[in-house]
Write a protein of this length. Structure first.
Length: 557
């Protein structure tokens, strides 16, 4: 081993290691001095931290080497003030058991994860953070580089406050072959985009979702979908509503626009920049901050406390009035959009995980199929209808939409997770849409959400809400999935629900659930009913039942 004059370990004859800055699944980052140029740098040692891990996975060392080279090439293609600068890469000799070292600039301000351990940031700082990171991502995307792991631990803060995006070790380069095993994703469960959790790769929109979740955490001080385990967190990312921001001021509507599961309505980078700049203008103009109104398709939920991970500064490898949901994307002039947003805000003022197959598509409230035919659930579990068929005991009537003005009626008493109240909600939705054949149905204690096709056989889906005795459309919800059946919600035996809930409570070991809801939708292309239960400590999970309300499998968190 080479040593410097000070007796410290010397890498490549010129980089003198001082002390480790942090470590993770892909190695250790060191503070070092480049003795040739007499400057401080950061060296990323790319190796498994545990030798037993390498022994158990012989191909892991080779894979990490390839990722190191890929990271170096990705960063070398980017010359941007908000992207960490790479100076050099030290590659091992061919055939040796050595490992690569990446030489990077040393950012002295610490990581965003470290900063958030002290609590949420002021909204003005979060908006600046968002614009910095968005600029970095736009530069990366323009070069064909997707980051795929945008999270607080991978964001460094310069002393002046500007943000620097780092750790492109799992970045996807255009035209590069994947380096993960089939059916697996690399990333952090809390920040992974729902479409990536379902196996969709190569989308710049996925980095924007991760950015949106990072900004939510920075402004609110909590992670809205963090659960007790990685599996439970991924399920929440796929399936659960996002609580309304309460501390974000004019950033709140931007988060609502950004954190949607439907890729067709999620803003692209250009639109997001206009939204962030509009929010900054509104904040600078002292836009009024009012109490948050009742949400539409997002719905309230109890946010889990955000607990930042260990502060590895170079990462590793896991309101205000709300704007209405947008119509399918049309290009807008950024300056005009920013101005319109500012006016609206001023007037009134949003690791490594295995692929989890789920019947839910990447939308905020629904998925769909065809409405033309039907199947019948069997006593032993859900039927397996042909793709695009509806699961129903009786043919669904053709939708006959009525006027959107609906007079309030006396709201049901007690929780909506009740047979009679669910039937009341389904009937109210039928009055507005003409059908009880839905894409999905989500029942919470205080309200009901549904995805309903816009017409018989239509590929488009609308989000609907039943709350306070009123059923109303809350916006578009994307398009149908031809491999998922629709479900006739009036044909289900809701009287069997109390017994299912009692058995679920027993199976999950949750005597006093503090959070619960019911998801009625396809699971792996078969109709299913999934009660979710958890206590205040995050313990619980969900059960998978067929349309006969009999439990088929238990998923504990």
């Amino acid at each position: 081993m080479d040593s410097s004059e000070a007796g410290r370990r010397l890498i490549d004859g010129r980089f003198e290691l001082a002390r480790p800055l942090g470590s993770g699944g892909m190695g250790t980052v060191w503070r070092a001095r480049d003795i040739a140029l007499d400057r401080e740098v950061a060296l990323k040692e790319v190796r498994p931290p545990d030798p037993a891990t390498a022994a158990a996975q012989p191909g892991l060392v080779v894979q990490l080497r390839e990722r190191a080279v890929r990271e170096a090439r990705a960063l070398a293609r980017l010359a941007h003030p908000n992207v960490v600068t790479i100076h050099h890469i030290v590659e091992p000799e061919p055939g040796s058991d050595g490992h690569p070292w990446i030489v990077m600039e040393l950012v002295r301000g610490g990581s965003l994860a470290d900063r958030l351990e002290g609590g949420p940031m002021p909204v003005a700082d979060v908006l600046r953070l968002g614009l910095d990171l968005l600029s970095a991502l736009r530069a990366a995307h323009a070069e064909g580089v997707l980051h795929r792991d945008v999270k607080p631990a991978n964001v460094l803060l310069r002393p002046g406050g500007s943000a620097v995006l780092t750790d492109f070790g799992i970045a996807a380069l255009h035209g590069a072959t994947g380096l993960t095993s089939t059916g697996a994703l690399i990333g952090s469960p809390e920040y992974i985009a729902p479409e990536r959790a379902r196996g969709a790769e190569g989308l710049a929109a996925s980095d924007l979702w991760s950015l949106g979740m990072l900004l939510y955490v920075a402004a609110e001080g909590v992670h809205p979908l963090r659960r007790a385990t990685s599996l439970a967190t991924v399920v929440a990312v796929l399936d659960e509503p996002i609580p309304a921001p309460v501390r974000s001021g004019p950033l709140g509507p931007v988060l609502e626009r950004l954190l949607v599961r439907d890729l067709a309505v999620r803003p692209d980078a250009e639109e997001l920049e206009a939204l962030l700049r509009g929010a900054s203008s509104a904040l600078g103009g002292a836009a009024p901050v009012v109490a948050p109104p009742a949400l539409g398709s997002f719905g309230p939920a109890t946010p889990a406390p955000f607990v930042p991970g260990a502060g590895n500064p170079y990462g590793s490898t896991v309101p205000v009035a709300f704007l209405p949901p947008p119509a399918p994307r049309r290009r807008r002039r950024p300056v005009l959009l920013a101005g319109l947003l500012a006016v609206a805000l001023a007037a009134g003022v949003v690791g490594l995980v295995n692929w989890l197959p789920d019947g839910n598509a990447g939308r905020a409230a629904g998925k769909g199929g065809d409405t033309k035919s039907s199947g019948t659930p069997s006593a032993s579990g859900p039927a397996s209808p042909a793709p695009g068929t509806a699961v129903a005991l009786t043919p669904a009537p053709a939708p006959t939409p009525k006027a959107s003005s609906q007079k309030p009626v006396t709201p049901p008493k007690g929780s909506m997770i009740d047979p009679a109240n669910i039937r009341t909600a389904v009937d109210a939705l039928k009055q507005q849409t003409g059908t009880t054949t839905f894409v999905d149905l989500r029942v919470y204690d205080g309200y009901v959400l549904a995805g309903i096709p816009t017409a018989p056989g239509a590929r488009t889906v609308d989000s609907w809400q039943y709350r306070g005795g009123v059923a109303k459309r809350t916006g578009p919800s994307g398009t149908v999935k031809p491999d998922e059946p629709l479900m006739d919600m009036a044909a289900l035996d809701w009287d069997a629900l109390p017994a299912l809930l009692a058995e679920s409570t027993k199976e999950l070991g949750v005597d006093n659930p503090s959070s619960r809801y019911l998801n009625v939708s396809p699971w792996m292309s078969a109709p299913a009913i999934r009660p979710y239960l958890s206590d205040e400590y995050g313990q619980g999970g969900f059960v998978l039942a067929g349309t006969d309300f009999k439990i088929k499998k238990v998923y504990r968190s």
